[in-house]
Write a new protein. Structure first.
Length: 248
């Protein structure tokens, strides 16, 4: 046996992989080869040093890693911690919807709220009826969101565009003296409703919404799945590709 083969066998022996016959042949070669004995001694020294090497302490990254895993405030309020806040917002939104509905009724009937200043007692115009109908629609939308808060985000585009444009026009009309203070105050329920709907959309309840769809997946490995008329055995793993199957 030559030195190269002996070194390979001795390396395998240090890893516990050498056979009895190979180990005996390598030991017989060591008795007659001083170079291999020295090489084997070096191999044992290195192996022992690696296996009993002390573990060096690394930097403490606890304060860096843990904050990244802590849920943020928005994530917490979208779970059970935000139930109370959502109930409060929905209750306030329901009150705002009732106030907005009263504004719509006053607009349609001409009771105290008019489009143009100084028009009290004048015959109702179509503009009054149209704005009253729109206010009633806003009231219904706010009430529906208070009843079904999960639809808050779907109503935001319409409510936000209407609220922002209405605010700008009210300021402009006030500067020009084309609107009464009472009429501007009657728009406050819309703006309050917009703020409450935005809050409900921000703290929406995300429980029961998985990140990935689970349709078509078995709930447990024990469930049988039928494909093309053949039933898979419950709990059995799929067969490996043909290239990796054992042959007789």
């Amino acid at each position: 046996m030559d030195c190269t083969t002996t070194a390979e066998i001795l390396s395998a022996e240090l890893d516990g992989e050498a056979g009895e016959r190979e180990r005996s042949a390598a030991e017989a070669h060591l008795e007659s080869c001083a170079s291999c004995r020295d090489h084997y001694g070096d191999m044992m020294t290195i192996t022992r040093a690696v296996r009993v090497m002390p573990v060096e302490s690394g930097p403490d990254v606890t304060e860096v890693v843990l904050p990244a895993w802590r849920p943020r405030w928005r994530d917490r309020v979208r779970g059970p911690a935000g139930d109370r806040l959502r109930r409060v917002l929905r209750g306030l939104l329901g009150v705002v919807a009732l106030v907005q509905l009263w504004v719509a009724f006053a607009q349609v009937t001409g009771f105290g709220v008019d489009v143009y200043p100084g028009s009290a007692g004048a015959p109702m115009s179509h503009v009054d009826h149209e704005t009253g109908a729109w206010n009633a629609a806003i009231a219904v939308a706010l009430g529906w969101i208070a009843f079904r808060a999960r639809y808050a985000a779907a109503h935001l585009p319409v409510l936000a565009s209407f609220g922002c444009l209405l605010t700008g026009l009210c300021v402009w009309d006030l500067v020009l003296g084309q609107v009464s203070i009472a009429r501007v105050v009657s728009h406050l329920p819309v703006l309050l409703g917009l703020l409450l709907v935005t809050g409900l959309a921000a703290v929406r309840d995300e429980r029961g919404r998985p990140d990935t769809p689970t349709a078509g997946r078995p709930e447990s490995p024990e469930q049988a799945v039928e494909t093309d008329g053949s039933a898979a055995v419950s709990g059995s793993a799929p067969a490996p590709p043909a290239a990796y199957r054992e042959t007789a």
